[in-house]
Design a protein around this ligand. Structure first.
Ligand code: UDP
Length: 329
């Protein structure tokens, strides 16, 4: 019998790519999502498969899965700054109550659990690039605190189950990732810029655009996660692409890629927006023999083609009416 894996947040950007990968590897996949930020369109191509089941469920409530489970991957959470500003309590609940439920499930099934953590545990980092050994610089009561602290708690809780109960656990710290199935209007910088270019609007750079990010193509990230799950390494591992770029340069790249004649306009910088971010991936290189393979030009081209292929009405779907609450200092 093939192995069985539970993926939470399965209808989301990363969760849906994980479903594809585990199906391709021959696993039986139990997918779970409350569909607050996820979209069934991302996994509907899997519904006819016997090896695929879907449960519409919020993991912040008690989680029951009948039968055996070998692995659990916890990817349920709002992940865009605008999303978690809009639903802060749910964000805190899925990182705390949600992980507690899943740890309990993992213990009862004797399953290995991997959690999606984040570069946000480093906050606005004082150490650059960020190594796993850095403890971070997070404002617990700032707008991003609801996400950052939920993820930090999630790591602590997971580690406690590992040391106290001997549960097999894995922690991946995910840096900015992009690719097909990101939501066009989720507020994150890449879909924001491409959406603006496609609508013929100016590109909105927040602040002076000197803040940096390092963007990893989704296939590379999924490969790193897959290797980490199957490794025997229980400490946190950064997975991301160290190729760092300022947001201004990034806007210029999108202008070139899309051929838009629009220009860059500047908007206020959101409160607590990290000034720099670049993963140190020496642990992933050494332990997992992993490094990213897709460069930004290739990855952006695939992602742009995906966004162009969406129905035109998606371009005008208003998910977020305003950035003001987030931006206000
Ligand atoms: N950003 C921007 N314009 C936008 C959206 C985001 O300049 O329309 C900036 C944002 O202020 C941040 C960076 O792009 O400095 C990345 O933002 P994102 O929301 O994608 O994710 P983050 O890395 O901040 O979690």
């Amino acid at each position: 019998m093939s192995k069985r894996v539970l993926i939470t947040g399965a209808a989301g950007f990363l969760g849906s790519h994980l479903c594809d990968r585990f199906i391709a590897e021959g696993y039986r996949v139990v997918a779970m999502d409350n569909l607050i930020t996820g979209d069934l369109k991302n996994i509907e191509h899997l519904f006819h498969l016997e090896k695929f089941e879907f449960y519409h469920h919020d993991v912040s409530r008690f989680v029951h899965v009948a039968g055996d489970l070998d692995y659990i991957l916890h990817f349920a959470s709002p992940a865009s700054p605008i999303d978690y500003l809009k639903i802060p309590i749910q964000t805190l609940k899925v990182g705390s109550l949600g992980i507690h439920n899943l740890l309990g499930l993992a213990k009862s099934k004797n399953a290995r659990l991997l959690i999606a953590s984040t570069s946000e545990v480093y906050g606005d980092p004082m150490v650059h690039p960020q190594k796993e050994s850095y403890w971070g610089n997070v404002n617990p009561v700032g707008p991003r605190g609801v996400y950052d602290e939920a993820k930090r708690f999630q790591e602590a809780m997971t580690m406690a189950y590992h040391t106290y109960h001997g549960l097999e656990t894995r922690i991946v710290r995910i840096f900015n990732t992009y690719g097909p199935r990101m939501r066009l209007n989720d507020g994150r910088v890449l879909p924001a810029f491409i959406g603006q270019a496609l609508r013929g609007e100016d590109l909105t750079v927040f602040g002076d655009g000197s803040q940096t990010r390092s963007f990893c193509y989704v296939d590379d990230l999924i490969e790193g996660i897959y290797r980490l799950l199957l490794s025997d390494y229980a400490q946190p591992v950064n997975i991301g692409n160290p190729d760092e770029i300022t947001i201004s340069q990034f806007a210029e790249e999108i202008i070139k890629l899309t051929g838009t004649s629009q220009k860059v306009i500047y908007k206020p910088l959101p409160k607590d927006d990290p000034t720099q971010r670049q993963p140190d991936i020496s642990v992933a290189r050494e332990i997992l023999n992993w490094e990213p393979k897709v460069n930004r030009a290739e990855g952006l081209k695939i992602t742009y083609d995906y966004f162009k292929s969406l129905p035109e009405e998606d371009l005008y779907k208003k998910e977020h009416n305003t950035f003001e609450g987030y931006i206000k200092k």
